[in-house]
Write a protein that binds this ligand. Structure first.
Ligand code: PLP
Length: 376
């Protein structure tokens, strides 16, 4: 088989869409003024930020003043969690999260644990789902925040966030969701979900890296994480990445417009993958819940070694990931796969395939045939 160039790691990052590139160009080339400045050159970038804030807010059912631009999903997660905790510094308060969060959340929680906070990591079932009952049992007067992701980055499972926020709202406990893998891929509305904070990242839905946002419900008090100038309504200091933000809003609108069409294309790719694997008798199991992020599939191959598979596929020009991309330099078995208890004869051979709209059925066939050849 000849070498190809097949990118199947969209959950790690996505190519920047043509329209996002086009929209960003203006703010890189001509309209480069600092949006906080007072002269004429600042007007267009200032207007662009305002417009983008409005567009993004509309997509997720928020008000523009509830959207704060950040340097990406990691910063948004850190801010939501540490920003809430820092209001209660020295008080040994409790934060509840899940055992399958992204490291941006997990490591923020571990940092707070060292500072004396009580962190509870909710267990998940074999599909990666968190039960409302397990959350209910942990809530008490000492709890200051619950943070549970909307969609998992390794296995794609979509959590039942509404069932969880129904409970936290009764106790008036703020709820944060890491929606980095969900925004731009499935409909996300902060009011339907009932969340108080939500993190998103532009490079996961066709815009550039280093840009994202935190949605923070009006009236919710949070300590700033970035101290400095008065940008972002005085809550997040630092000159905004105007081109990045413009690209993010254009890419988000585009993803929303094409969501249905993309979803059915991705479903066809996943079906093709599964039927190909079945036809060739490849011994594997699929991880995650029925309700998953479109186009993303975590597969554990029996008695295989994920990293070896990844490199052999790479030699054929196929880019995939072993579990979490942010962890790809680590050979440790992922905390997510351990939490869902993937059987031991399969867990080491886990790969995540995450397709995008530009992938084709022929590419999927090539991936399956390559897997068959490599696995012998
Ligand atoms: N949260 C989740 C669920 C992610 O998948 C990622 C990135 O992989 C992040 C947070 C971090 O986002 P960023 O790369 O924008 O910092």
């Amino acid at each position: 088989m000849s070498k190809k160039n097949i990118y199947a790691d969209h959950a790690a990052t996505t190519p920047v869409s043509k329209s996002a590139q086009q929209a960003m160009k203006l703010y890189l080339e001509n309209e480069y003024g600092n949006p906080s400045a007072l002269y004429t050159l600042a007007r267009s970038p200032k207007r662009a930020l305002k417009e983008a804030r409005k567009q993004i807010a509309t997509v997720i059912g928020a008000s523009p003043e509830e959207i704060y631009f950040t340097s990406g999903g990691t910063e948004a997660d850190n801010w939501a969690i540490k920003g809430m905790a820092f209001r209660f510094a020295g008080q040994k308060k409790k934060i509840i999260t899940s055992s399958i969060e992204h490291h941006a959340v997990l490591n923020s929680c571990q940092f707070l644990e060292k500072m004396g906070f009580d962190i509870v990591y909710l267990p998940v079932d074999s599909n990666g789902l968190i039960s409302a009952d397990s959350l209910k049992k942990e809530l008490d007067d000492n709890t200051i925040l619950v943070s549970v992701m909307l969609a998992n980055n390794e296995i794609g499972t979509i959590e039942q966030i509404q069932a969880l926020t129904e409970i936290t709202r009764k106790y008036k406990i703020p709820f944060h969701t890491d929606a980095v893998q969900a925004v731009g891929h499935i409909p996300v509305n902060v009011n339907v979900l009932g969340v108080d904070m939500l993190s998103a990242s532009a490079h996961k839905f066709g815009a550039s890296k280093g840009t994202g946002f935190l949605y923070k419900r009006k009236g919710l008090e949070l300590e700033p994480l970035m101290n400095g100038g008065n940008q972002e309504f005085g809550w997040r200091a630092g000159t905004e990445n105007v081109a990045g933000v413009v690209g993010m809003s254009v890419a988000l609108e585009e993803s929303m417009e094409k969501m249905r069409e993309t979803e059915s294309h991705l479903a066809a790719l996943i079906n093709r993958f599964k039927s190909g694997v079945k036809a060739l008798g490849i011994d594997c199991i699929y991880n995650g819940a029925e309700e998953r992020i479109p186009g993303s599939i975590s597969v554990s191959f029996r008695e295989a070694e994920g990293e070896m598979l990844l490199h052999r596929l790479d030699l054929k020009g196929i880019s995939v990931s072993t579990g979490a991309a942010c962890n790809s330099d680590s050979t440790e078995i992922s905390h997510v796969l351990k939490a869902i208890k993937v059987p031991k004869e399969y867990i080491n051979g886990t790969l995540r395939f995450s397709f995008g709209s530009e992938n084709t059925l022929e590419e999927v066939d090539f991936i399956v045939a390559s897997l068959f050849e490599i696995l012998g």
